[in-house]
Design a binder for this molecule. Structure first.
Ligand code: UD1
Length: 366
């Protein structure tokens, strides 16, 4: 009899992680029956559906439609809806990816129903419990039966937490599978034309974490940094709905819009985004995944956080941890503009074959 598995996606950074898994599982249709569940944590076209289109992910079999709310309410709504799914579908395994609220909520439900859990992107730690993602990943890992790890630091972290090494599999980075499948090309310059950009003459920013956008004082700090950078180079900022909401709430939209060289645009899809990044001079971000994508694309990345759960991107990649330290940021920017930035090595197993390794482990053991 076929083994039923559920794959969960919920928020934007999940979709590039489930795409290669779904494709790989297609090869084992005689072994597994897969059900794709979308929690609806992200629901706007630009935050969700465009990724399904770009990455050719099939329509979800089940859509939970939970939407946005406080952490407790959002997590609880996903749990209630997902429990019903598990009661009806009775899968052998639930696969969750990344560190968003959907990841945690679905893992909690599955574990209480003694359904096995596989966590893709296990072991990453920022050691910063003020980040909701750190809580989500630590708890998900502690509940998981299969922990699929992207980089060596993850192995150390899980060992230090006493997790049984038999459950831990170093498989590499699944997001890189997606990146290598959709590698930017010089022909694919639609987004550059649309924004009237020329190669290498602009930077890209994504900033949406609560620690960078949730207070007026911090937004003013960010504004001051952008003012300095924009005196040297154009900045394209596809703005996350949360950041836009906060900028508006604190009456700073006019201020941000007054910067000539700052172009705030709507969030964009995967293909446009990686092409935008690939052709840029550098990226400013507080995202996790973009630190990894820039490493592979060999584009300098300034991470506006105090810590990273992805240390390999600093050791081997093109990533600089700069926080909101104006002096540090401008020093790195000046260096990059003088073409004096670090060159990357490719981290172990970031080779486009991670989904293959994950599914192999599962086929052999389920
Ligand atoms: C979530 C993840 C974060 C990830 C980010 C990527 C958690 C705890 N956080 O943060 O790790 O980096 O996604 O985008 O899971 N909103 C919309 N449209 C949407 C989705 C959200 O307008 O389609 C707005 C809503 O006002 C919402 C706010 O964005 O309240 C925040 O959304 P939420 O899913 O709670 O968290 P993110 O900040 O997106």
């Amino acid at each position: 009899m076929k083994k039923r598995i559920i794959i969960v996606g919920g928020a934007r950074p999940n979709f590039m992680k489930i795409a290669p898994l779904i494709r790989e599982f297609e090869k084992y249709n005689n072994h597994f029956e897969k059900i794709l569940v979308h929690t609806g944590q992200h629901y706007d076209f630009e935050m969700s559906e465009v990724f399904f289109q770009n990455l050719k992910i099939p329509k979800p079999d089940i859509y939970l439609n939970v939407g946005s709310d406080s952490h407790a309410i959002q997590t609880a709504k996903i749990m209630i809806a997902f429990e019903e799914v598990l009661l009806k579908e009775k899968p052998e395994l639930v696969i969750v990816v990344g560190d968003v609220n959907s990841t945690l909520a679905c893992s909690l439900v599955a574990s209480k129903m003694t359904i096995k859990i596989a966590h893709v992107e296990a072991g990453l730690r920022s050691f910063d419990r003020t980040m909701p993602e750190e809580i989500n990943r630590t708890i998900t890992d502690s509940l998981s039966d299969y922990l699929f790890v992207t980089e060596k630091s993850g192995l150390d972290n899980l060992r230090n937490e006493g997790i049984n090494s038999k459950k831990v599999h170093f498989v590499g980075n699944i997001m890189i599978d997606t990146l290598l499948t959709n590698l930017p090309s010089n022909d694919n310059t639609y987004i550059l034309k649309k924004l009237k950009l020329s190669d290498n003459k602009y930077s890209v920013m994504t900033l949406h974490r609560p620690s960078n956008v949730d207070s007026e004082a911090i937004l003013i700090e960010v504004f001051d940094i952008l003012k300095l950078i924009s005196e040297k180079i154009k900045i394209i900022y596809p703005i996350h709905p949360r950041a836009k909401k906060m900028i508006k709430k604190h009456n700073l939209l006019d201020e941000f819009e007054s910067l000539d060289n700052l172009n705030m645009i709507e969030p964009i899809g995967y293909i446009d985004f990686i092409n935008l990044v690939y052709n840029s001079k550098f990226v400013l971000t507080d995202s996790g995944g973009i630190q990894e994508e820039t490493t592979i694309l060999n584009v300098p990345c300034l991470t506006m956080r105090e810590n990273t759960e992805r240390p390999i991107t600093i050791e081997k990649g093109t990533n600089y941890l700069v926080g909101r330290d104006k002096n540090k940021i401008m020093k790195v920017v000046d260096n990059i503009l003088r073409d004096n930035s670090k060159k990357r090595e490719i981290p172990d197993l970031w080779d486009g074959k991670t989904a293959e390794r994950i599914v192999k482990v599962l086929v052999e053991s389920i």
